[in-house]
Design a protein around this ligand. Structure first.
Ligand code: ADP
Ligand code: MG
Length: 314
């Protein structure tokens, strides 16, 4: 049977590219570029909680890195290095080979170098730590939203939540919609290029991982402002269906970017979206006060139940 060290050597050790020292020593050695701030983030995927244990391992390898890249995208950071810590129920090499394939494919595509991690036995648990760089002082933070800003979102929302409901047998999506939603849930595309293009344009940004209303709420709380969202402008994964709107407002796992920018920057925002190859849509406005109101097509207030995902909510 393969040892822990065989597995690390076989699936997670590759020649160092930009690291001074990568996998194989007690710690990796990295040298950040001069004049750059380091952005560091970690995200964990737990079997039975974030994914079904029988989920395709190649997709999981992709997703474990993608959700971390999404956090860097929301900061406007260029991804550089990653650490991968795995708890594995056993040395299942077919599983590991597929997982590593998914992970390395996205890492290569995004120029990320795997420089270390930890491998241990235990209930299946995947933790990635990611490091990126940003020209000093230019990060897109949650606390930068200003009164009068437009509120924007990239892509379409609600797809991952719709796919989850389909998997639970709660609805039946028509075929092309199902494929897109499934893809969104299993292999999300982190909006790294958009985050980079928004540096110097957006005032604040967050990635939509817990649900739009919840995530916008985090920006508002950090920035000390309030917002109005126009529900009928929110781009949804299944247009015309009311369930799709509630999934778009409160469903998690979409990994689009939500950001604010001054109204004078609207053209620049559209250009950034165009450069990054993703649609960007204004869905609301930052106003004074606290909290968030959601309005329908006639300007009426809409009450939304359950504002997003919280692991410890009652
Ligand atoms: P230590 O005993 O010092 O914790 P380990 O034996 O856990 O070292 O790891 C040996 C080397 O392999 C280290 O460089 C570590 O960063 C790397 N490593 C361990 N697991 C992984 C993994 N899943 N992915 C990438 N690198 C890993
Ligand atoms: Mg270790």
């Amino acid at each position: 049977m393969a040892s822990e060290f065989d597995l690390i050597a076989r699936y997670f050790t590759r020649p160092a590219r930009t690291a001074i020292l990568g996998v194989g020593d007690d710690a990796a050695l990295l040298r950040p570029s001069p004049g750059r701030d380091l952005a560091i983030s970690a995200d964990m995927l737990v079997a039975g909680r974030h994914f079904f244990p029988e989920t395709d391992p190649e997709g999981l390898g992709h997703k474990a890195l993608a959700v971390n890249l999404s956090d860097l995208a929301a900061m406007g950071a260029t991804p550089r290095w990653a650490l991968l810590s795995l708890a594995l129920p056993g040395p299942d090499e077919a599983w590991l080979a597929a997982f590593a394939r998914g992970f390395h494919a996205l890492a290569d595509q995004q120029g990320v170098e795997l420089v270390g991690g930890d491998t241990t036995g235990g209930p299946l648990n995947i933790n990635v730590t990611i490091l990126g760089e940003i020209p000093a002082g230019q990060a897109l933070r949650r606390d930068g939203a200003r009164v009068g800003d437009d509120l924007w979102v990239s892509g379409e929302l609600g797809g991952a939540a719709l796919a989850l409901r389909q998997a639970r047998g709660e609805l039946s999506l028509p075929d092309p919609v199902l494929r897109d939603c499934r893809d969104r849930l299993d292999r999300p595309t982190p909006r790294v290029a958009l985050g980079l293009a928004l540096r110097g344009i957006a005032h604040a940004a967050i990635d939509v991982s817990d649900g739009l209303l919840a995530d916008v709420g985090h920006v508002l709380a950090r920035s000390g402002v309030a917002a109005e969202i126009w529900a009928d402008r929110v781009p949804v994964a299944w247009p015309g269906e009311s369930m799709a709107l509630s999934c778009a407002l409160t469903g998690g796992d979409d990994y689009e970017l939500c950001f604010t920018a001054a109204p004078e920057q609207a053209e620049a925002v559209r250009r950034a979206g165009h450069e990054a190859g993703i649609a960007v849509t204004p869905i609301g406005r930052i106003v004074t006060g606290t909290g968030l109101v959601c309005r329908g097509a006639e300007g009426e207030m809409i009450e939304i139940e359950g504002r997003g995902f919280d692991h410890f909510a009652a």
